[in-house]
Design a protein around this ligand. Structure first.
Ligand code: ADP
Length: 450
């Protein structure tokens, strides 16, 4: 096992990793920018190192500074969390070259899944159903039109290096390709310094259902069921729940086993998420994320398995101690992402939290790094915290969620909490009857404005 883990992240996920380190008796090192001197992860870690000024490229993405921090503190492993360097294969390799363990997948798998065209090809080869589309990158509008004609309009142009919904464009008719290809390329180039794009059939009203996996890198791998992340705005998830209201046990077992088998064949190491669109009883692979995800607590609540702890164990070379038959699902969990944003316009609302009172009680978990009097810096993402609620049934879970949301007080900044308070009272949400465009339609309906 590791002696000392450096956490190359901030906010709630840094705290989440710290908790796992403490439970395992491993020393922890926090890193921080000058804007995060007062952050909770810095206060709770055994040691901390300032790695640069506020902009992420100068601090949390600054590989030489992170290496120096490992050197100074003697850390023998790095946990990257999510975002920042978590899916940077080169970072994982550089650490290895310095005899420091990367708590995550093998660099080759990070690289493979980071190219969404290669990821789809691999999924197909491993027997995972994929969304119909181009077999490789698309260079001309003629090529695009010919693919679109064979799969049918509308189609999506997507960035091969994609992430966060950037570079995704919908194309309704052949004449629009010229402009849309150019825009998608420009967006991809700006965001990922790589402008390769591909085409996929646009599914009208699917659900986003993703499977959590864990592997030990030697051919043992399991799935931990699914999360339904269909409630999104601009391709960003806001509410995640598990199990999906749309799946039953045989469906879960069948696709779950397909996914786990693929991970065994890959000899996948660590935690990962295989993302699907689900439409009319069919699953279509869209991508795989090779890291811990924001919504991982949903899975932890319904399986009682600590995913971060397992990540650390397998990264240290341990065997996966959990077998598929050990994974038992119980009850229902929902996660709400509470962002420092206006709940109607979604404009960022950084600033000082003048009053903070998180909810409690049975089945209520709050993963957050903020506190009374904390000032949210304007430099990073707007996640204030995650409210995760568990119940024996979906009905009990929603009842508890409603109560927990009413109890939660965050004053001084605007948050997305009023949106969730409205959602738990919506009939479609109560019925579990929604798809990936439901939330945007709800927001357009003006019901949030009162
Ligand atoms: P990113 O990596 O940018 O997050 P994804 O491929 O994961 O991109 O897709 C993000 C979201 O975009 C999905 O959750 C879904 O809502 C929507 N989406 C992606 N592919 C399709 C598709 N083929 N048809 C309809 N919606 C899609």
């Amino acid at each position: 096992m590791f002696d000392k883990i450096l956490i190359a992240n901030r906010g709630e996920i840094a705290l989440r990793i710290l908790r796992a380190c403490k439970e395992l008796g491993i020393s922890s090192v926090a890193v921080h920018s000058t804007a995060d001197e007062d952050a909770m992860h810095v206060r709770l870690a055994d040691e901390s190192v300032c790695i640069g000024p506020p902009p992420a490229r100068d601090s949390y993405l600054n590989i030489p500074a992170l290496l120096a921090a490992c050197e100074i503190t003697g850390a023998d492993a790095v946990h990257p969390g999510y975002g920042f360097l978590s899916e940077n294969a080169r970072f994982a390799e550089i650490l290895q070259e310095h005899s420091i363990h990367f708590i995550g997948p093998k660099p080759a798998h990070i690289r493979l899944m980071g190219d969404k065209i290669e990821a789809k090809r691999t999924a197909k080869r491993l027997g995972i159903p994929v969304v119909p589309g181009s077999d490789g990158p698309i260079s001309t509008s003629q090529e695009a039109i010919s693919v679109a004609n064979s799969i049918g309009f509308p189609v999506l142009v997507k960035a091969a290096a994609g992430g966060g919904g950037r570079g995704i464009k919908i194309v309704q008719k052949p004449e629009d390709f010229e402009a849309m290809l150019a825009t998608a390329r420009a967006e991809a180039k700006a965001a990922f310094a790589e402008d390769s794009v591909y085409i996929e059939k646009y599914l009208a009203e699917p659900r986003h259902i993703e499977f959590q996996v864990l592997g030990d890198g030697h051919g043992r791998a399991i799935h931990l069921g699914e999360r339904d992340c269909s409630l999104q705005r601009r391709y960003q998830k806001l509410w995640e729940e598990g199990p999906s209201p749309a799946l039953n046990e045989p469906m879960r077992e069948s696709i779950g086993e397909t996914v786990a088998k693929a991970m065994r064949e890959l000899e996948y190491l660590g935690a990962g998420t295989v993302e699907f669109l689900y439409d009319n009883g069919n699953f279509y692979f869209i991508e795989m994320n090779t890291r811990i995800q924001v919504e991982h607590p949903v899975t932890e609540m319904i399986t009682d398995i600590d995913l971060v702890l397992e990540q650390i164990r397998v990264a240290a070379g341990g065997d996966l101690e959990i077998s598929q038959s050990d994974v038992k699902f119980h009850g229902h969990a929902v996660e709400c992402r509470i962002n420092a944003e206006n709940p109607v316009s979604f404009r960022a609302s950084p600033g000082k939290i003048v009053h903070y009172h998180p909810p409690g009680g049975l089945g209520v978990r709050v993963d957050s790094a903020v506190y009374h009097g904390y000032s949210i810096p304007p430099y990073y993402d707007s996640l204030v915290g995650k409210l995760i609620v568990h119940g024996k049934t979906r009905g009990e879970c929603l009842m508890r969620l409603k109560r927990a949301l009413d109890e939660f007080v965050i004053d001084g900044i605007e948050t997305t909490m009023p949106l969730f308070r409205a959602l738990v009272r919506e009939k479609d949400i109560i019925d579990g009857d929604y798809h990936i465009h439901w939330l945007e339609e709800f927001l357009r309906s003006g019901r949030m404005n009162g």
